[in-house]
Design a binder for this molecule. Sequence first.
Ligand code: FAD
Ligand code: NAI
Length: 475
Amino acid sequence: MAKQFDVVVIGAGPGGYIAAIRAAQLGMSVACIDAWSTSDGKPAPGGACTNVGCIPSKALLQSSEYYEQVNEHFEDHGIEVKDVKLKLNKLLGRKDSVVKENNEGILYLLKKNKVTFFHGMGSFVAHVDGGWSIKVAGKKDEDLVSKHVIIATGSSPRELPGLPFDEEQVLSNDGALRIPSVPKKLGVIGAGVIGLELGSVWRRLGSEVTVLEAMPDFLAAVDQQVAKEAQKQLAKQGLDIQTGVKIGEIKATSKSVTVPYTDAKGEEQTLTFDKLIVSIGRVPNVEGLGVDTVGLKRDERGFIVVDDECKTNLPNVWAVGDVVRGPMLAHKAEEEGVAVAERIAGQHGHVNFGTIPWVIYTSPEIAWVGKNEQQLKTEGRAYKAGSFPFMANGRARALGNTTGFVKVLADAKTDEVLGVHIIGPQASELIAEAVTIMEFRGAAEDIARICHAHPTLSESLKEAALAVDKRSLNF
Ligand code: FAD
Ligand code: NAI
């Protein structure tokens, strides 16, 4: 006998588990299916984000940052530390504990909200009386029927043709988060978000890191003034970033990986690495979901086709997160998950794609929301820009971290904030204020008139907003 639900969510990443919780809060009977397992076969909900993405990468970023601080910067504060040792096993073990706490936290939240959790692969069987028949293939197989289905199956790392991930020598984000000893020479293909974040982690821990990027411009999607500053700072730290390269046929043995490539000048080069991270984007997860059985429409790149409300071509079948168009970000997946649950409940769920913040957790951090200067120029929109360097901020000087700046872009006529771009300390936290202002369609003057505590890094946003009107007070 099939178990009946109002909503079945397939996938318990940030898109799926949040959609399940919201649907349950709204009074629906909800099941959530997820296939991810711990090494000993237990459920590990949280998706790529919790298991091999946001959470473990930030745990490693923090540990490696501390290591670099002790080695390079404590002396500046008059603190002498002798015999600093890296215990990589412990560092990786701590990261695993952080992941486990998150897995357990999600299981607790699902239970607290009365969401029935199934551990296994979910797939469509057919459209039946009462909704969709869904099969769960796990330790115990289950048959479910649900009026609504939310697909939140996420994404997986894209391989280079002919170079499968073995997670020993050729690493995806998964293997790159658990290299058992610091590689002497580490190669990274793709200077995107993962390449820069994880490349930075291993550089701080002692690897010599080379990043090879196909595009001629570094971080082409980022405001180019910010991207230039980032490239300068990362190079200063010792990250060798080469743009405009064409990768040849890579050869991997059990000990090393050889990467032939043509550099930006057209010259043939070859580099040999101990390990290679391939971070060239991600592909949607639809394998084993039974999409063809029920005729679920996908685009030419494999993403499930949805409209602005996350509706697929099938009745009462919705899709959210990495498996559909739009930025591959945990908070975007969550927002879509909440909006879909609310739409199912007859409410007016809404996601504002214009105010989704981006953060790249390098050091310095990079964060932005809204449009950048190159986009505004292409659109021919008249705008004013105001910038403020952290060098002129008292708190940044006290921290000993004065790299970077804040830039506010505002409409030339109305003063509405169109974009905010930050490179510097705590950019990931500072961007939230800019998101709030933009969500309320506030003006640069609004930020400038708000009282900011002193001394804080956030005063830099106020000063950049003042600079839009050429009246910065501290610069
Ligand atoms: P996922 O998190 O991928 O979850 C999908 C889940 O569905 C998985 O558990 C999967 O096993 C399960 N599943 C798939 N198919 C089935 C099936 N048929 N049946 C049952 N279960 C199934 N984003 C940020 O916003 N901030 C960050 O700092 C950040 N850092 C990242 C770092 C790395 C190294 C990586 C790889 C990604 C990072 N991301 C970050 C991106 C973020 O992880 C994704 O955008 C987010 O996880 C997408 O959520 P999702 O719910 O769509 O899918
Ligand atoms: P990405 O799209 O950020 O970067 C991939 C890079 O690889 C691009 O610069 C691309 O030009 C380059 N590339 C592609 N093919 C190549 C080739 N053959 N040779 C050399 N370079 C090549 O993808 P990435 O880093 O894999 O991350 C995937 C997604 O995960 C991100 O887009 C982001 O949405 C998400 N993510 C978010 C994080 C955050 O929010 N802080 C952190 C990590 C990942």
